[in-house]
Structures are given as C-alpha cells and as structure tokens.
Design a protein around this ligand. Structure first.
Ligand SMILES: [Mn+2]
Length: 399
C-alpha cells in the first residue's frame, strides 16, 4: 500500500491543540503533536507503511503504530494513493440504497458514479447539478432496491413487455453499487477535470467492474469512452442522441480553450483506433444537416426508427459502450436539456429501440448525460431518466 495525506486535510494549531480538519466533511480531529509533526513532514507522497513506522518507532510500540495508521485512514486523513489524483465523495444516502463501491473488494458489479461537470456545455452548465438532484429525488421518493424488498417490486409499471428478472437477481446479490460523486474543485482546469474522469473510470474497469456514469454534459463521455477503449482494446459505441456531435469549432471559455466539448467529442473518438464503430441512433433535425463522412460512423435516423422497422443490429462480438443523451427523447417527454430537437421518442418507443438493439450485446460501460435539473418541469425528465437507467442496468451481464 502507498500512503498519502489526503489533499483535503487542513492542519492547524489552536489554543495548544493540534487539529486536522477534513475540508469535504468539515469534521475536526484533534491529533497528538507527534502525528501533527508526522503529517506536516509528509510532503512528497506516496509513502510506504515502513516509512511512517520509521518516523514514529522511537515514540510508539510497533503494534500501536499500525493501529494509529488505521485510525488515520478511517478518519480520511490518510488515503491509499495509487498514483491517482482524483477523489470520490461518498454519500451517506446512496443511489437506490445500494452499497458503497470498494475497488479492492467488488468484482463484476455495475458501479454508479456521479460526474458533476457541465463546463463542456457553454450554453448552460446546469447539468452538473443532475447527479446530486437525482440522488435527492430517488431518496425523497424512497426508491430503494435492496435484497429484502426486491421480491415485492413491480417493474411492469415501467414497461410490462420487459422482464426485470436480471435486475432483481443483481439487486439480490448486491451487484449494483454506488461509488459517490467525483470531486471537482471550482478552480480546476478542464484538462485536469477530464483526466480525473478518465482515471476514475479506469479504476472501475481495471477492478473488473462496469461503470455507469451519471452526468454531466456530453463531454464527460469522451474521457469515459477513452478509458473503456484503453481497457478493452477494441470497443464499439452506441450513442442515443438527437445529434451526431461531430460539429466543428473550439469553445472559447475565456482563460482556456475547450478543444473537446459536448458538441464535437465524437469527432475525436472516430480517430481512436480501438473504437471500431460508433452507431448513432435518433439523429434528427436541421441542426444536423451536414452529413458526416467518417466510415466508422453509422447513423440510424429518428425517422427510420419511428416509421420503419429497422433491423440494424450492432456487431455482437465487440464489447459495447452505451452513451445516452437525454435529448434522444422527445422534448415533450424530456424538456430539461440544453439542445432539445423535436421529433424524438417517448419512453415506450425508446425502451423498444433499446431492447431490440442491445438485447444480446456485451455492455462494458454506460453513461447518461445532458439532463439539466434547473429546466425540469415537475421532475418529469428526472423520472424518465430514472427509468432509462433501470433499463440499462437490467441489460448488464453480471456473470
Ligand atoms: Mn445531443
């Protein structure tokens, strides 16, 4: 194990007391002078347990030192440092009452993580609030899925055509977990934000789990899909979206240009060798009048899904990353989004399309993006987003 003092610890002396305040939780811990001096001296991480034992061995018995180190971990003063510079804030009220994710222990689970980033959308960054508002909504409605209530749940209220046995089995086995929200500081530069999304998604993949990111604007998918591509070497992307997101232009964000944003991130993904194909379902409207030219980009227009029977199936052998922009749905169903386009789908049409396309695919990552809770009307977009999330969670192979 490599040890680092959490970057969120503020050390100070007051009235002869030595104190460590955790800046995220606000919790104040009184510590001894020895530990205070130790923490102050640990300036260039990471440290091994032996290094810390060496500093303290003149003053403490060795067995006491390991107890002390454990306590410092429990209080969040020490963190396990594996080269990552991200921090995930775990919530007391988890999403759907799921257990917290532990990358050291959990395997073959679907791991939810909130990404409160809206800066890739220059029109309105409000969708950074969605993960918090979504948790609050599900908790205020007591929407909890636990092994002890799973048999009593009736998912026909979502769509009677769909069998939710897979979802129920996963709940029963605690195979859906909540990691928390990625911590983003107000002062962070964009490149660092996207690097953190990449690193934390990679952490989920590398511990043999499947990420489900709750955005955020659509630019967050770029970092997450890159992480999936790195892990699996060969992937395909299925994008549910009114837009093809291959528009030109760099966003001028004042201090720093944003080269990859919510309107162009697919352009870069098409140049990524590990991505074999990007299938875009639901593209419509005159905002998309310029035809994209890349061979890897396959478009299934909204009118094709609505008016004809499309038998397009993705290649079943290549692992699938799903990215769902809420504007795939019709603005009458999901009004709370930055760039609504008429002619979209209602929930039942969407669930039919999703199941006909993905029924036998190997899904290795999912995200849902572009819900702006500030624009929502009586939580209708939040409710439909919740149902879409459950559809995807039911399609995951937990074996
Ligand atoms: Mn879109």
């Amino acid at each position: 194990m490599a040890i680092k003092v959490s970057p969120f610890i503020h050390l100070f002396e007051e009235k002869g007391k030595y104190l460590a305040r955790h800046l995220l939780s606000g919790i104040l811990n009184e510590i001894s002078k020895d530990i205070f001096d130790l923490l102050v001296s640990l300036v260039s991480p990471p440290y091994k347990e032996e290094d810390i034992v060496n500093v303290l061995k003149d003053k403490y018995a060795e067995s006491d030192i390991s107890k002390l180190i454990n306590q410092l971990f429990k209080k969040g003063i020490f963190i396990d440092f594996e080269g990552q510079d991200y921090y995930v804030i775990q919530k007391k009220q988890t999403l759907f009452g799921f257990n917290l994710f532990d990358p050291q222990v959990n395997k073959r689970c679907l791991v939810f993580m909130g990404i409160p980033v809206g800066s890739g959308n220059a029109i309105d960054p409000g969708c950074k609030e969605f993960s918090a508002s979504f948790r609050n909504y599900t908790n205020s409605q007591h929407i909890k899925f636990k092994p002890d209530n799973v048999e009593l749940l009736d998912f026909s209220t979502i769509d009677h055509r769909i069998d939710f046995e897979n979802f129920k089995a996963a709940v029963n086995d605690n195979r859906m977990l909540d990691w928390g929200d990625l911590y983003i500081s107000k002062r962070e530069v964009y490149s660092e934000i996207y690097n953190k999304i990449f690193q934390s998604s990679s952490k989920i993949h590398n511990s043999d789990n499947i990420p489900f990111l709750v955005g955020g604007d659509h630019s967050i998918s770029h970092a997450s899909i890159k992480a999936a591509a790195k892990k699996y070497k060969k992937i395909q992307v299925i994008q549910f979206d009114a837009h093809h997101d291959t528009y030109d232009g760099i966003m001028d964000m004042g201090t720093e240009d944003l080269e990859i944003h919510h309107g162009n991130f697919v352009k870069d993904l098409l140049l990524t060798e590990e991505i074999t194909q990007i299938t875009q379902v639901g593209v419509r409207g005159l905002v998309n009048f310029k035809k994209p030219k890349n061979k890897k980009q396959k478009i299934i227009y909204a009118s094709q899904c609505k008016l004809e029977k499309t038998n397009v199936l993705p290649d079943q052998k290549t692992p699938v990353y799903i990215t769902f922009d809420i504007d795939f749905l019709d603005p009458s169903v999901a009004p709370a989004t930055a760039t609504p386009v008429p002619g979209g789908f209602d929930f039942y049409e969407a669930s039919k399309i999703i199941y006909s396309l993905l029924d036998s695919c190997q899904i290795i990552g999912v995200d849902l993006v572009e819900v702006n809770p500030k624009k929502d009307v009586d939580k209708i977009t939040t409710q439909v987003a919740l149902q879409i999330i459950l559809l995807f969670a039911n399609l995951i192979n937990y074996e």
